[in-house]
Design a protein. Structure first.
Length: 174
């Protein structure tokens, strides 16, 4: 018989809800990128971009749902905060982008500039946090920061992959 995980470190339904909300944010951003004549490698890039934005944009939702709905002890950790930080520009500009009509000006507008600036700022801040958390500390202290839950570890992975985040932003902005 399988034991029930009481610590809240596993994947839950609320985590799935947060990922679906992140996918909704990603769909708002990707709608301006998709064209009918896309084929092959371009579709792979678009779907990869959608998946990355959906995963990143679910960070603020995960922080809220795990922090308030589940009320876990020792939460949030540094990786969880980094994930929410990286997802915030996507979430904030999705609200603005959803107000732009489908045929409206989507290149070099205020929303694209806000998204670009927001991604650059949070990537710079997350790089500083990663540097002070992992590089400038003794190895045993750095090893303690990658403890469970899975959201902490994935938040660190997303923060370390900040150049990918910038590239994804360039794909979405155009």
């Amino acid at each position: 018989m399988m034991e029930k995980v009481e610590t809240g470190e596993g994947f839950s339904v609320l985590d799935g809800v947060a990922l679906v909300l992140g996918a909704a944010v990603a769909s708002v951003h990707i709608r301006g990128v998709i064209r009918e004549e896309m084929t092959g490698l371009v579709l792979v890039v678009v779907w990869g971009t959608f998946a990355w934005v959906a995963l990143t944009a679910s960070g603020p939702f995960l922080l809220l749902l795990r922090g308030f709905a589940r009320r876990q002890s020792n939460y949030p950790r540094i990786g969880d905060v980094l994930w929410a930080l990286l997802g915030f520009p996507w979430l904030a500009t999705a609200v603005l982008r959803s107000m732009v009509p489908r045929g409206g000006p989507e290149r070099f507008d205020f929303v694209s500039a806000a998204l670009s600036l927001g991604i650059a700022m949070v990537c710079f801040v997350s790089l500083g946090i990663i540097w002070t958390t992992w590089v400038m500390v003794p190895p045993d202290q750095a090893a303690r920061t990658t403890a469970t839950p899975w959201t902490n570890r994935l938040g660190f992975v997303l923060a370390i992959a900040w150049p990918v985040q910038c590239g994804i932003g360039m794909v979405v902005v155009g």
